[in-house]
Design a protein around this ligand. Structure first.
Ligand code: ATP
Ligand code: MG
Length: 360
């Protein structure tokens, strides 16, 4: 009846406003302090100086959350070493040599992985009074695509910092607390969750919250040399200042409404069995990418296990960022989306209680 819908409308809006405020407050508490960022920058400089004793022409750059604006307190550091000279050591040799050097010269715990698919040196520092949570850091080599995808995510964050960063940071905390953020255990990496958020904001929301930076017309003619890296097209519209004057989202939904809709979409609507989420091209089909997970495609292979959840990397188009997600993993993740959706759909009296329950 009429009077009920009237009564419900303002309550609903009040709930959205409360929940949005709670989300901002929640996320702000979890941002790294200025001190933590300064310590990390100093660690980067120190490591760069040491690496240059092996490879004088090298630079050590930050990527991942420390560089894309999606970093939480105590998140690990992802570092990438670029070597500008023509003749250089192989990544395997560099990892071994750097491992030895760091073991000798620093207080870090050092674990070189020279024979991993992507050779890296893993470092960690025990907690100390100045660094109560210690530091964890991975150093990789020549991973230029990762630097570019970091820059792409950073640009998306800059277009609408309030909504995009709040959503992403909240989902990172939520996925960690709900234990569905470990590719090693069959669930999804932070990078995967960020791509799911961007996909949702660019391609699912109508009107979209974000433009598609990889499909915008370039300002000047571009050549293949400018845009390709290791055979992949890494071009995207990165003049964010200009974009801010030219592009304006018609979507005025609050962070709370977007979050609720995000959970509902991935609980119910995303086509896990046949769909591929691509921030570059929208919803694609597993069959057109050769990423089916059924048995009909000839002999048994483990691609069946690998392609339960399909998220196309923005540049490495043949790479499924969700490839680590197992059958159990996708069941658990989807169950969590449903649980979150259910908690928020009830519109509990107090938003702060709902958030606590969500992350419990
Ligand atoms: P956290 O704060 O949880 O460490 P993060 O934003 O650093 O989150 P990670 O999942 O640690 O995210 O990934 C760091 C970076 O490594 C990403 O920004 C991306 O450049 C690269 N990366 C991680 N996983 C993949 C992947 N499966 N495919 C391609 N690149 C990846
Ligand atoms: Mg990281």
């Amino acid at each position: 009846p009429e009077h009920i819908s009237h009564r419900r409308l303002p309550t609903r809006h009040r709930f959205y406003a409360d929940l949005s405020q709670c989300l901002f407050d929640f996320v702000i508490e979890l941002l790294p302090t200025g001190e933590e960022m300064a310590v990390k920058e100093n660690v980067r400089k120190l490591l760069e100086r040491l690496i240059r004793t092996i490879e004088p022409e090298s630079r050590l750059l930050s990527f991942g959350s420390t560089a894309n604006g999606f970093s939480l307190r105590n998140s690990d550091m992802d570092l990438c070493c670029l070597i500008d000279s023509e003749e250089r050591l192989s990544a395997t040799d560099l990892v071994t040599m750097l491992g030895d050097l760091l073991e000798r010269e620093t207080k870090f715990h050092v674990k070189p992985l020279p024979h991993a698919r992507i050779p890296i040196v893993k470092l960690s520092l025990d907690p100390s009074p100045g660094l109560p949570l210690g530091i964890a850091c991975d150093i990789g080599f020549e991973n230029r695509l990762a630097l570019e995808n970091t820059r792409l995510l950073m640009c998306y964050a800059m277009i609408d910092p309030t909504r995009v960063r709040t959503l992403v940071l909240f989902l990172k905390v939520w996925s960690k607390r709900r234990k569905i953020n470990s590719p090693y255990k069959g669930t999804l990496s932070s990078y995967g969750y960020v791509l799911l958020v961007i996909y949702f904001l660019v391609h699912v929301k109508n009107p979209p919250v974000l433009p598609n930076l990889q499909q915008m017309p370039p300002l000047r003619p571009i050549t293949k040399e400018d845009t390709h890296l290791a055979g992949y097209n890494t071009w995207f519209f990165d003049d964010i200042e200009l974009l801010r004057t030219r592009w304006h989202s018609e979507n005025t939904e609050s962070v709370a409404e977007l979050l609720i809709d995000f959970f509902r979409y991935y609980a119910r609507d995303f086509s896990y069995n046949t769909g591929v989420a691509s921030i570059r091209a929208g919803l694609l089909k597993k069959s057109t990418k050769g990423w089916q997970n059924d048995l009909s495609s000839g002999r048994y292979n483990d691609s069946r296990e690998r392609n339960r959840l399909c998220i196309e990397d923005p540049f490495e188009l043949d790479f499924n960022v969700g490839r680590c997600v197992t059958k159990d993993g996708i069941y658990t993740i989807r169950g969590e989306f449903m649980r979150a959706s259910r908690i928020l759909a009830n519109r509990p009296e107090r938003a702060v209680v709902a958030l606590a329950e969500l992350c419990m």
